[in-house]
Design a protein around this ligand. Structure first.
Ligand SMILES: [Fe+2]
Length: 453
């Protein structure tokens, strides 16, 4: 709602706009009094707006703020895992990737020791692959049941944490995991219970520590689908930037761009809301500044800390607003080409996707440009929105992803119709909240554009 103070500052013509703003039509620039109509293309006082768009006040008519996960953030916070686990049970299933990085870095041993000191036994499940698959979830759930685990700890990047969430669900649910997937060939069953989850991210990317989602692939159908249930919110997430110091350069880039696009997509989402707007712009700004630093020097704890928060903040944005068509389009790529890292697929698609929807979300892209440090004050609205896309390209170039395109990732042109069909079938709800009212034909055009970047 417009505050009395804002109302006083508005011109009479702007007041008319404010009066008609019973949904998310109006943005009031509290610095200069510029007013924008966000549904249409009409914009007044753009120059004024550009100076203050970070401070915009946007209120949709209805929105929700719900985030039941307790997030504990800070260097060294891992030491809390024992006492947190002890509140939830006596035996924990620790889910890690099969790559062995948690063992090599000594992080698994630390977690087990903290648990032991607090009287919590642990069982390790170490079979999670990148782009995790449904049979792994079922196998982990079987182990959790056999060992009578009381809680599940996801330790690692997005893959082990998402798998841990789904194992927690399936440890208390009959049938197979795919029975509970809500789109595509999933069985659409509703789960009733799950074991409590502790999430400990060791990469700055997925934001899964702050959301109720998990992304799992069906290896038979190649569907890579995100599920979301309230039961999948972690009870507590321990975000410790120190655990991220050893992430390799390429993974730093991929995961960092994943977080960037979570923030960007949440900001462009037609269902954006005030908290996610603020956090998304902050995450975009932090990633633009600190991802190249962490990429250059992985031991830069300040950069890792800023990125850890940016990733968690973007995860909160996923919960409050959510991703849009870009994530819907990427999932079929890493579904059909499992060797493609999620962040690489996003980076290959991102600029083409943004260019395509630019006419429908110019004001918001202009704000993104500003958050990325672009000087937009003397630009037209169109120029300012385009500046966001060139800034994204420059950011990607600084982290070794210059000119990345779908062809370089091995995507075959004849697969594009299938990818577009899968995107709509499995993640159509994300496409529906994308500016521009996109359909399958639009996705095909974007895929083609991204083939060569
Ligand atoms: Fe993602």
């Amino acid at each position: 709602m417009t505050s009395p103070e804002q109302w006083q500052g508005a011109t009479s013509s702007n007041r008319k706009l404010l009066e008609g703003s019973d949904d998310f039509l109006v943005c009031y620039n509290r610095i200069k009094g510029g007013i924008m109509n966000l549904r249409g293309t009409r914009t007044e006082n753009f120059r004024d707006f550009s100076e203050g768009c970070i401070f915009e006040t946007l209120l949709p008519a209805r929105f929700r703020f719900y985030l039941p996960t307790r997030i504990e953030f800070g260097v060294g916070i891992l030491e809390r895992v024992g006492e947190e686990a002890a509140k939830l049970g006596r035996r924990a299933l620790i889910v890690i990737s099969k790559g062995g990085s948690m063992r090599r870095a000594g992080i698994l041993e630390k977690v087990q020791n903290f648990l032991y000191e607090n009287g919590v036994e642990s069982v390790v499940f170490d079979k999670v692959q990148p782009n995790p698959i449904a049979p792994t979830v079922d196998e982990g759930a079987q182990l959790a049941r056999e060992k009578r685990c009381d809680l599940v700890i996801g330790l690692g990047g997005g893959s082990p944490i998402d798998t841990a969430k789904c194992i927690a669900l399936m440890a208390k649910s009959p049938g197979k995991f795919w029975d509970y997937v809500q789109s595509g060939s999933g069985g659409r069953r509703t789960p009733q219970e799950a074991l409590p989850i502790i999430a400990i991210p060791t990469t700055a990317g997925t934001g899964t520590e702050a959301d109720p989602f998990a992304v799992i692939t069906n290896p038979d159908t190649k569907e890579k689908i995100g599920i979301g249930f309230e039961l999948l919110f972690p009870k507590v997430s321990l975000v410790d930037p120190q655990l991220m110091l050893t992430v390799p350069k390429d993974q730093t880039a991929y995961t960092g761009m994943d977080a960037f696009y979570h923030a960007l997509e949440s900001y462009l989402n037609l269902n954006h809301q005030p908290t996610s707007d603020l956090l998304a712009l902050q995450a975009i700004r932090l990633i633009t500044e600190y991802l190249p630093r962490a990429y250059e020097n992985g031991q830069d704890l300040e950069a890792r800390t800023k990125l850890a928060w940016a990733s968690t903040a973007a995860g909160i944005c996923e919960t409050l607003a959510g991703c849009i068509g870009l994530h819907a389009m990427e999932h079929p790529i890493s579904g059909h080409y499992p060797e493609v890292p999620h962040g690489a697929g996003l980076a290959a698609l991102g600029p083409s996707f943004c260019e395509y929807i630019l006419p429908y979300t110019q004001e918001r892209l202009a704000c993104v440009a500003k958050a990325m440090g672009e000087k937009i004050e003397s630009l037209t609205l169109k120029e300012a929105s385009k500046a966001a896309i060139s800034a994204i390209r420059r950011l990607q170039a600084r982290v070794g992803l210059a000119e990345l395109n779908l062809r370089m990732l091995g995507v075959e042109p004849n697969m594009i119709p299938r990818l577009a069909k899968d995107a709509i079938a499995t993640m159509g709800s994300l496409v529906a909240v994308t500016p521009g009212n996109l359909g399958e034909a639009d996705l095909i055009k974007i895929y083609h554009q991204a083939l060569t970047g």
